[in-house]
Design a protein around this ligand. Structure first.
Ligand code: SAM
Length: 234
């Protein structure tokens, strides 16, 4: 894990000052700068349940359904666009107003929204070998040639952080995109990360939960490309 991030990096710009973590149920908002790094998940959530992280949750469809479905899993959603963090917060609030929360299972006490940049969060806040799964659905493809350098899978620190922070015993990375050329690039780049290996057709237990982009693109008849990677034990 990188010890001294370069805060001039495009991935860090405009994020460190505003970064916040939001508790859906208690509505408590804390600045990331108040947290002790790296985060001790067990102390933080008050349980030893596994932790899964969604990078770029957009309008939060996957995060809501997955965290509702799996109360025994803790979810961290990271999103750098404030408007999507607010939209997702409202999506959860609407759900709670409509359906209430199950006090026994503590609906949504297992989820936190983090308004920040993913690479910043992974390299600074997430402990080594502590994440059961990453979900990265429809990462921005930055199709214009001069913008491709912004692709998150081009960031070596991010790739290393994914590999370092996944658990050794079966940590998984789930990816989906509609963008064929970017999908090939992602596969090519991940093939150079020796700690990760592709898992063929094993697409995971929550394959049926659709994200907003997936719904949109599926309706348009676009093909969706998916991959799952597993962290190797050594
Ligand atoms: C194309 S949208 C996909 C949203 C959602 N995953 C879906 O499938 O509906 C990509 C999202 O990732 C967010 N994003 C892009 N780069 C990010 C980064 N480095 N850190 C956090 N969020 C990021 C964007 O703000 C946007 O909401």
């Amino acid at each position: 894990m990188r010890e001294n991030p370069d805060y001039n990096d495009i991935y860090y710009q405009n994020t460190t000052t505003y970064s916040q973590m939001i508790d859906i149920v208690t509505e408590r908002v804390v600045s990331l700068s108040e947290l002790v790094v790296p985060i001790d998940w067990e102390a933080f959530f008050g349980n030893a349940h596994p932790v899964e992280i969604e990078v770029g949750f957009g309008k939060g469809r996957f995060l809501l359904e997955a965290s509702r479905r799996h109360p025994q899993v803790n979810y961290i959603g990271i999103e750098r666009a404030r408007k999507y963090v607010e939209l997702t917060r409202e999506r959860f609030a609407k759900y709670i107003r409509h359906f209430g929360v199950d006090k026994a299972s503590g609906t949504f006490s297992n989820v936190r929204l983090v308004w920040t940049e993913a690479n910043y969060f992974l390299t600074r806040y997430v402990p080594v070998a502590s994440v059961q799964a990453y979900h990265i659905y429809f990462p921005d493809p930055w199709p214009k040639k001069r913008q491709r350098k912004r692709r998150i899978f081009r960031n070596q620190d991010f790739l290393s952080a994914l590999a370092n922070t996944l658990k050794l015993d079966g940590g998984r990375l789930y990816i989906a995109t509609d963008y064929k050329e970017y999908f090939s690039e992602i596969q090519e780049r991940l093939s150079q990360v020796s700690a990760l290996r592709p898992l063929g057709k094993n697409l995971g237990p929550d394959r049926d939960i659709t994200t907003n982009f997936e719904m949109k693109y599926t309706l348009e008849g676009r093909k969706i490309y998916r991959a799952v990677y597993e962290k190797l034990a050594s």
